[in-house]
Write a protein that binds this ligand. Sequence first.
Ligand SMILES: Cc1cc2nc3c(=O)[nH]c(=O)nc-3n(C[C@H](O)[C@H](O)[C@H](O)COP(=O)(O)OP(=O)(O)OC[C@H]3O[C@@H](n4cnc5c(N)ncnc54)[C@H](O)[C@@H]3O)c2cc1C
Ligand SMILES: Cc1cc2nc3c(=O)[nH]c(=O)nc-3n(C[C@H](O)[C@H](O)[C@H](O)COP(=O)(O)O)c2cc1C
Ligand code: SF4
Length: 668
Amino acid sequence: MERRYPLLLQPGRMGSIEVDNRVIMAPMGTLNADENGFVTDRTLKFYQEQARGRMGMIIVECTYIDDKLSKGEDGCQGLTSNAQITGMARLASTIHDYGVKAVLQLCHIGKQLALADHVESLGPSTMNEMMMGVVPFPIRGASKAEIKEIEKAFADAAYRAKMAGFDGVEIHGAINHLINMFCSPFYNKRTDEYGGSPENRVRFYKEIIEAVQARCGKGFPIIARVNGNEFSGDEGITAEEGIIQAKILEKTGPVAFHVVGGDYRNVRVINAQYDQRGDFIEIARGFKDAGIKLPIILDGGFTSPDIAEKALADGVCDFIGLGRPIIADPLWAVKLMENRPEDIRPCIRCTMGCVNTIAKFDAAYGLRCSVNPLCNMAGIRDIRPVEKKKKVAVIGGGPAGCEAALLLKKRGHEPVIYEKRKLGGTMNEAAFAPFKEDITRLIDYYRTQVNKQDIKVIHEEATAEMILEGDFDAAIVATGAPALPATAVGAKEQKDKIQTVFDFASNPDVDGLGDTVLIVGGCFMNLEMAYDLLLNGKTVIVSSRRGLERGQMELGDDNSSPQQQRLMVLMAPYTRTGKLRFELGQAATAITDTGAVLTSMKTKKTKEVSCDNVIMCRSYHGKPKIYDALREQMETYLIGDAKMRNRCDNKRVIHHAIEDAWGIANMI
Ligand SMILES: Cc1cc2nc3c(=O)[nH]c(=O)nc-3n(C[C@H](O)[C@H](O)[C@H](O)COP(=O)(O)OP(=O)(O)OC[C@H]3O[C@@H](n4cnc5c(N)ncnc54)[C@H](O)[C@@H]3O)c2cc1C
Ligand SMILES: Cc1cc2nc3c(=O)[nH]c(=O)nc-3n(C[C@H](O)[C@H](O)[C@H](O)COP(=O)(O)O)c2cc1C
Ligand code: SF4
C-alpha cells in the first residue's frame, strides 16, 4: 500500500532514541495527578488512550522537580521523591506497551504560579508583572543558592525518571516557565553571570543540562524545549538571540531541540485560530539556516497532516510535535498508517475544551477536548452496548446532530438526520473567515463520516407531524438557535445597510460594505467579525452594552480565555491607529441615514456615530416548538444550541453541542 504521508511515517532517531515515525505527542498538562503529585489511574488511562495511537514518542506532561515553588497547581504531577518512581514506572511501561517511546518533561513553573493563585512566584529578577495585562502578581528573583538547588532538583528528578524506565527527559525551557524566564531579557535583569548577555541568560539552562548529565550519565537522552522567538520585539528573546542560545545549548549535548515561540504577553505560546497553522515554522527554519544540526521537533498548529508533511518535506524540522491535534484524535498517526486521513477528527484550535479546563480560567477539572468527548474520560465514558435497536430521528445536522447520529449508528441504532439547510449547521457560519479554516475541516469531517457510515440524511425541514408519522422510536432535537432579526428604531427604513451577524457570516460580502462598519454586540463572534473586517481594510466600531466593569476585557469573554486575549492582542494595533474603536456600555437604539444612535447604559445620554453599515447581533434563541410538540408524544431529547434560551445568558458553542450529543446518544 502506497503511503500518502511517507515522511511523517518514516522512522527517525534522536540520539539513542529510535522512533517508529515522526509524529511526536507534545507535552500537555492533564491535571490528573493527585494532590501530592503522584500518578493516578486516570493518568495511566489517559496515556494508554494516547499510546494506542502509535505515534513515535510521547513527551509526558510537565512534571515539577521540587516541593518548593516549581509546582503549578493541584493536579500537576511531580517527581520530587523516590516514592513517586513507582507510578512513573507504570506510566512509562504503559506507553511502551504500544511500541511508543516515553520521555518525561521536567519543569519549574516560574511565574505561572500566579495562575494557581499563589502569592509568590520565582523568576530570575524581582519584578511585578501584570499577568495578561489584568492580574498583578509579584515575581521574586532567585538567589544563587536557589539556582544551585534548582539545578540539583532537575538532576535528581531526571535520575528518578531514568530509574522509572523513561527513554529520556525533556527539560522545559519554553512557555515562559522559569528557564525561559532566565533566557528572556524581559524577565532577566540580573547583573551577575546569569544575566546581561545572551550567553549569561542561557547559563542557567546550560548548567541544568550539565547537572542532569552528571547525575544520569552523558548517554541518557535529554531533549531541550526552547523558546526560539518570544515575538515581543527587543524586549524578549529575538530570533537572533534564540539562535545564539540554541547554539550554546547544542554544544552541551542534548539529542534534540523541541521548538516553540511566543510569550504570555502576546498570548501566542499556544497558537489560536487567528494564528497561521504551523505557527513557529519560521523559528525552525531560522535554526536550520543558522547551521544548527540537532534534530528539531516543531509544535504549533499542525492541524492537518498535509502541512505537517510539507514542513518535513521543506526540511524546516525533523519531527512534528502535536499537542491539541492528538487529544482531538489520539489515532492521528494510525489513521495515516491506514491511509485514511479523512477519518482524523480535526482540532479546531478553540482551546475551549483543553486549556480552559486545566487553567482555572473556567474550572480546573482536568483536560478535555471540544471535538473529542472521550478525551481523558477512559473508564468514565465508555460506549454502551445497545439494549434494543431503535430508529431515531435526529432533527438538525449541526455538530450536535451529526455527533449524535454517528454515535447512535456506531452503537447499532438506526439514526436518520433531517437537515433543512446544509450539514455542519451553524459551523458553516462559524467558518466565515479564512482564519476559521479549522472549523471548515470539522464540517468536512462530519460530512465524510455521515456519508461513510451510510447514515440517511433527509434534506427537508422536519415538522412534528413528519416525525410522529415516521415510525421512529425516539427523536433528538438538535435544531440550533436561530439569530433574532436585527431591529432598532429606523432599522426597517435602513434595511439596506443593516444585517445580522449570522446573515453576514452566511454570505460574507466584504466588498458590499462601505468603509466604516458598526458592529453591535460584544460576544466573541462579533469581535472575530470585526477582526476580519479590519484585515480587509475596513474601519470598525464595536459597540456593546458590556464593558462598564472590566472595560474591553468584558468583550468576547464567551471565547476561551487565551483566544479572547490573543484576539485583543491582534486587534490592539488597530485601536492605536484609530481603525478600531470600542464603544463600551452603549446600546444601539436607532439606525439613521448617516449611522447609528448609541445610548449610554449608565447615563442614558445619546450620541451619534457615523458608519456606512451596521452588523447587529440581537442574540440567538433556541427552545424550539418542535421539541415541545414531540416530547408529549414520544421519547424526545434536546441537545446543542437548541437548549439555550438566549446566547447572552447561556453561552454555548461547538464544545457543548458535541458534549450533549455524545451523552444522549450513548444513553438511548
Ligand atoms: C458567526 C458565528 C461564529 C461562531 N464561531 C464559533 C467558534 O469559533 N467556535 C465555536 O465553538 N462555536 C462557534 N459558533 C457557535 C457554533 O456554531 C454553535 O454553537 C454550534 O454550531 C451549535 O451546534 P448545534 O448542532 O447545536 O446547532 P447548529 O449548528 O445551529 O445546527 C442546527 C441545524 O439544524 C437545522 N434545522 C433547524 N430546524 C430544523 C428542522 N425543523 N428540520 C431540519 N433541520 C433543521 C439547521 O438548518 C441547522 O443546520 C459560532 C456561531 C456563529 C453564528
Ligand atoms: C492543554 C495544554 C497543556 C499544555 N501543557 C504543556 C506542558 O505541560 N508543557 C509544555 O511544554 N507545553 C505544554 N503545552 C503546549 C503544547 O505542548 C504545544 O506546544 C502547543 O499546544 C502548540 O501545539 P499544538 O498547536 O499542536 O497544540 C500545552 C498545551 C495545551 C493545549
Ligand atoms: S479543545 Fe479545541 S483546541 Fe483543544 S484540543 Fe480540542 S479542538 Fe483542539
